[in-house]
Design a binder for this molecule. Structure first.
Ligand code: SAM
Length: 306
């Protein structure tokens, strides 16, 4: 089956307008494989399904199409280093204002990222608050449920973490309630401002790759605004601020590469690019978990990179 050019053009335009995800020509196969099942559920062929969307569809139908076109690939402790460094190296670099360490896991998919952060910081000497967001309501529903198949659990979750933080539910594993209750999962589109800050750490991993350059810059600009002074951005292993936004410096901590906003970073976006103003949306504040009294972890090591 191959889709009509105007079917592809409509879907690509819809997805870019609503999510900033680019669908270049050549990605027709992706539209077929992601939207084919939606069309079949409605007893339609793909071109007919899209024709009906074009002639006037409810907003939720369009949102379903956009969600179906997102790529939600994720795993536990993805790339290891950012999580391994969190407690012993990154946490001690953050200014201790006496408040909780606030973390935003942006584009969190099915939740492996925020839960990995919490597991890595489980015995940390500071209280951690985490807001985890994604555009896709379906993956957020899964994240809130915290139920994972054996196959999903096998993707990067150490056995000790499984034993400590999960319980068996039939053939599946569920994140224990204490951990689940500590993540505030919210729908949020990275095109639309940020959750209320400030944050000490922003995990923005493996999502900028789907956006064009101006969108990457605008998103990084908003992240720079919402980070506390001395806070850090954590990108995906294949992502960088170099050539995208010159308001960040690279810092290595315990093998993890972090990005720290330079003073005035939010204004450092390339000339000619007007970053969209930072907007916030209301997020109810979850009660902070009990303050821990564990001993302070090992000495931080930091090396500035050129
Ligand atoms: C590949 S996953 C990355 C998950 C996780 N951060 C990781 O690194 O494993 C990309 C996620 O970005 C989300 N996404 C795509 N466009 C978005 C947007 N405009 N706003 C918010 N989330 C978006 C998708 O729904 C998807 O869950």
């Amino acid at each position: 089956m191959s889709i009509a050019p105007d079917t592809f053009a409509f879907v690509a335009d819809l997805v870019t307008r609503r999510s900033a995800i680019r669908l270049e020509p050549g990605k027709e196969y992706l539209v077929e494989s992601r939207l084919g099942p939606l069309a079949r559920e409605r007893g339609l062929g793909l071109d007919e399904f899209v024709r009906r969307l074009r002639s006037g569809a409810a907003d939720h139908e369009l949102a379903t199409v956009v969600e179906a076109m997102t790529t939600n690939e994720t795993s536990w402790f993805r790339d290891v280093a950012p999580f391994a460094a969190l407690r012993g190296h990154v946490l001690p670099l953050l200014r201790d204002s006496g408040q909780s360490v606030r973390i935003w896991s942006a584009a969190c998919s099915t939740g492996q990222e925020p839960y990995s952060i919490l597991m890595a910081l489980a015995d940390a000497p500071r209280t951690v608050e985490i807001v985890a967001t994604d555009l896709n309501e379906q993956v957020l529903g899964r994240a809130r449920e915290g139920v994972y198949s054996q196959l999903e659990v096998n993707r990067g979750l150490p056995a000790a973490m499984l034993v400590r933080h999960f319980e068996r539910v039939g053939a599946h594993w569920r994140v224990r309630a204490d951990l689940r209750s500590r993540v505030d999962f919210r729908r949020h589109n990275l095109m639309d401002g940020t959750p209320p800050g400030p944050f000490d750490l922003v995990f923005l991993r493996n999502v900028l790759i789907y956006f064009d350059l101006p969108t990457k810059r605008a998103v990084l600009d908003r992240v720079a605004r919402v980070l506390r002074p001395g806070g850090f951005l954590v990108l995906g292993a294949a992502e960088t601020t170099l050539g995208v936004h010159d308001g960040f410096e690279r810092v290595e901590a315990g093998g993890a590469v972090l990005h720290r906003p330079l003073p005035g970073a939010a204004r450092a976006a390339a000339p000619g690019l007007l970053p969209t103003p930072a907007r916030t949306f209301p997020v109810p504040v979850a009660p902070p978990p009990a303050r821990r009294t564990d001993p302070v972890p090992s000495t931080p090591q930091m090396r500035g990179l050129p």
